[in-house]
Design a protein around this ligand. Structure first.
Ligand code: TYD
Ligand code: MG
Length: 454
């Protein structure tokens, strides 16, 4: 009897099984398993491939040969997140929620790349060419020498790419692409995987850079398989809060540059405009000093960014008080609350805690610990802290304050924005900054006693 050729694929994580079940064993997602035909329908050939001479000794790849230069789009925020421009023959994935502005960003980037001399092809699977053209007109980009194609069939796209030989192809979006040799619906894991694989391999072979756009599911993953993330060199996420005009382009993986780099944009009527000084933007709508607010001198990627932590502490009517966090790690908050209780004798039992990073930024640095503790105490004690003070430092479980990296850059940014006091862990190395006083503390208890008299 011929072997069954169908497999069951989890649409959330891409795991395959031989039988259907209600819950994926790999990722635990419910109702995500769908029957799909396997990628290679035919039997695997037993004979060896014809490839020959495709290897070369490492030492042969001559060291004098300089790597091909990166192309700068001139859209500085975008270039920086890429690690200093677009690397030739690289594959980039730009993920984000529907409607966040991916198409807008990439159309603007395409226009800039085309203007700086890189032959650029924008393939839209979601909009007709006329619609893309209309959008370009509205963005004031209609004179940019970008080639457009409205196409979803992968075979046709590859033919077009073969003929056009662009230096950069933008595929918007990978979920609309469809390979006719794969027997499942567009947007399914098999299709997304096959299309991404074909496009990336093609791009590498032809020395063409490719940017894939991917929609993100509610859970925050690129819809379909994580495997697309492994296939590309660089993964960027375009994120932002609904209702906020700020958009943040974040590198989460980059073979050619630092991960965690961010680019900040503002969505306006005329498209995305770059925000060269994010600190000023994130702090711009600060009101009078209020209890619960503390400014953190952070580093995002290679750039210092000052952001405000806002905290509210209120008596709880729940047996298990609420801990609500936006823009910061919930586990980390629990840890800081525990350290405050155990090392400084300040309990938060019976109190609801709400913590928020102003402006919709997401902070992941442990260096923000001390700023979070400051916001928590300021809210709990109902005392506003000085408006011109920045805070940074990592808190260890023992209650000691640990110095963090890039102290100098953090202080410079604070000084530039007119702050006059900086709180940092002891042993932080920094030169003198006129107008900015550096106060350092070896442990949390000492700081809390000094600051809040607790
Ligand atoms: P879009 O780039 O289509 O999002 P995506 O490709 O990620 O789905 O952006 C759509 C949103 O951006 C839409 O809500 C309108 C807004 N927008 C502006 O505010 N100004 C503009 O100039 C453009 C082109 C879009
Ligand atoms: Mg779009």
């Amino acid at each position: 009897m011929a072997k069954s050729t169908t497999t069951f694929v989890c649409q959330a994580c891409g795991a395959t099984t031989s039988k259907w079940s209600g819950r994926c064993d790999s990722c635990g997602e419910w109702n995500s398993i769908v029957e799909e035909k396997p990628l290679s329908a035919g039997p695997a050939s037993k004979s060896l491939g014809a490839a020959r001479g495709r290897t070369a000794p490492l030492t042969d790849l001559s060291t004098e040969e300089t790597p091909p230069p990166r192309t700068l789009s001139g859209l500085d925020e975008f270039d920086r997140v890429l690690g200093g421009g677009l690397v030739p023959a690289s594959a980039v994935l730009v993920g984000g929620d529907p409607g966040i502005g991916k198409s807008t960003l990439l159309l603007q980037a395409a226009a800039q790349f085309a203007r700086s001399g890189l032959k650029t092809l924008y393939v839209s699977g979601e909009e007709a060419s006329a619609q893309v053209r209309m959008r370009a007109q509205r963005l004031g980009l209609s004179d940019a020498p970008v080639k457009l194609a409205a196409e979803t069939n992968l075979r046709d796209i590859l033919t077009t790419l073969e003929e056009e030989r662009p230096g950069l192809a933008i595929i918007d979006s990978i979920q609309t692409m469809w390979a006719d040799n794969v027997d499942s619906a567009p947007g399914s894991v098999s299709q997304v995987r096959a299309a991404a694989h074909e496009l990336v391999t093609f791009a590498k072979r032809r020395g063409m850079a490719v940017i894939l756009v991917g929609h993100v599911t509610k859970e925050g993953q690129i819809a379909g398989p994580r495997v697309v993330e492994h296939m590309v060199d660089t993964v960027l996420y375009f994120e932002g809060e609904r209702g906020h005009q700020f958009r943040i382009l974040r590198a989460v993986k980059n073979r050619f540059g630092p991960a965690d780099e961010i680019g900040v944009f503002e969505m306006t009527g005329g498209g995305l405009s770059q925000v060269a000084n994010p600190s000023a933007l994130f702090l711009s709508d600060r009101e009078e000093p209020a209890p619960g607010a503390a400014v953190f001198a952070g580093i995002e990627g290679t750039r210092p960014v000052l952001v405000e932590f806002q905290c509210l502490v209120a008596p709880s009517s729940l047996s298990q008080p609420r801990r609500s966090v936006l823009g910061w790690d919930g586990g980390r908050l629990a840890m800081i609350l525990a350290v405050l209780e155990a090392r400084c004798g300040i309990p938060f039992a019976g109190l609801d805690v709400y913590l928020n990073v102003a402006g919709g930024l997401r902070v992941s640095e442990p260096a923000a610990d001390l700023a979070v503790a400051t916001a928590l105490l300021s809210a709990r004690e109902d005392v506003a802290i000085a408006r011109d003070m920045v805070v940074f430092g990592e808190i260890s479980l023992s209650g000691a304050l640990r110095p963090v990296g890039q102290t100098e850059n953090r202080l410079k940014e604070a000084q530039k924005l007119g702050f006059t006091t900086a709180i940092a862990p002891a042993r932080s190395k920094a030169g003198d900054k006129p107008g900015l006083a550096l106060k350092s503390y070896p442990d949390l208890a000492g700081y809390v006693g000094d600051m809040f008299g607790a």
